[in-house]
Design a protein around this ligand. Structure first.
Ligand SMILES: Nc1ncnc2c1ncn2[C@@H]1O[C@H](COP(=O)(O)OP(=O)(O)OP(=O)(O)O)[C@@H](O)[C@H]1O
Ligand SMILES: [Mg+2]
Length: 185
C-alpha cells in the first residue's frame, strides 16, 4: 500500500511520464521551523483542459481505458487534507502541469518522507530520456540533482546501467542527508 510520501510522489511522477513530459522538476521543502513538508511536481507534458483539471483529483476520474480507477491525485489530495496541509493542481493543455501539496511535518497522520533516492531511481528507470531536476531544501541547506548534468558527465553511458542507477540512488540519499545536517554559514 501507499506508505510513505515518496510512494505518493512517485505516482505523480508516473502521471507526468504518461503525459509525455520531457523534463520533470520536483521541489521539496522539508522544514521543521515552518512545520511543513511542501512539494511541487512540475512537468512539460500534454497538460489537461480546465474541465479535466477540475475533476482530476476526484477518486473516480481517470483517462485510463483499462479498469483500474484513477487514484494518484485523489490520494495525494486526501493525504494533504488529512495531514493539515493543502493541495493544488494547475494545468495548461500543451504546456504542462504542476501539482503542489503540503503536509504538516509534525502531524500525527503524516507519513515518513521515505526513500527519495529509490523513488528517483524507479522513475528514471521507466524512461531514461526524461530529465529530472530534484531540489530538496531544509532549514539548513539545499541539495540539487539534475539528470542533464549527470548525463553530460557520463558522456554517453546509459543511466540504466545497474551501477549507475545504484549510484544515483545513493548520491541522492547522501545529498539529502547532507542538506539535513548542513549548518548555516
Ligand atoms: N501530469 C499530468 N499531465 C496530464 N494529465 C494528467 C497528469 N496527472 C494526471 N492527469 C490526468 O488526470 C487523471 C487522473 O490521474 P490519477 O493519477 O489520479 O489517476 P490515473 O493516473 O488515471 O490512474 P492511476 O494513477 O491509478 O494509474 C489521469 O488519468 C490523467 O488523465
Ligand atoms: Mg496516476
Amino acid at each position: 500500500m501507499m506508505e510513505d510520501l515518496a510512494m505518493h510522489i512517485l505516482e505523480i511522477l508516473m502521471n507526468s511520464i504518461k503525459a509525455g513530459a520531457k523534463l520533470i522538476t520536483l521541489k521539496i521543502k522539508d522544514s521543521l521551523n515552518d512545520d511543513i513538508i511542501e512539494f511541487s511536481i512540475e512537468d512539460d507534458g500534454k497538460g489537461m483542459d480546465a474541465e479535466m483539471a477540475a475533476r482530476a483529483a476526484d477518486p473516480f476520474t481517470t483517462s485510463r481505458t483499462t479498469r483500474r480507477i484513477g487514484m494518484g491525485l485523489a490520494f495525494m489530495k486526501g493525504l494533504a487534507e488529512t495531514c493539515g496541509g493543502s493541495f493544488q493542481l494547475d494545468s495548461t493543455p500543451g504546456v504542462g502541469t504542476i501539482v503542489k501539496a503540503s503536509v504538516q511535518k509534525l502531524n500525527i497522520d503524516t507519513p515518513e518522507l521515505g526513500d527519495l533516492g529509490e523513488m528517483m531511481m524507479e522513475s528514471i528507470q521507466s524512461d531514461e530520456k526524461i530529465d529530472y531536476v530534484l531540489e530538496y531544501t531544509t532549514d539548513y541547506g539545499q541539495f540539487v540533482f539534475d539528470t542533464r548534468i549527470i548525463k553530460e558527465e557520463l558522456a554517453g553511458v546509459s543511466l540504466l546501467e545497474p551501477e549507475i542507477l545504484i549510484w544515483i540512488k545513493e548520491y541522492i540519499n547522501q545529498g539529502i542527508e547532507q542538506a539535513k545536517e548542513d549548518t548555516q554559514q
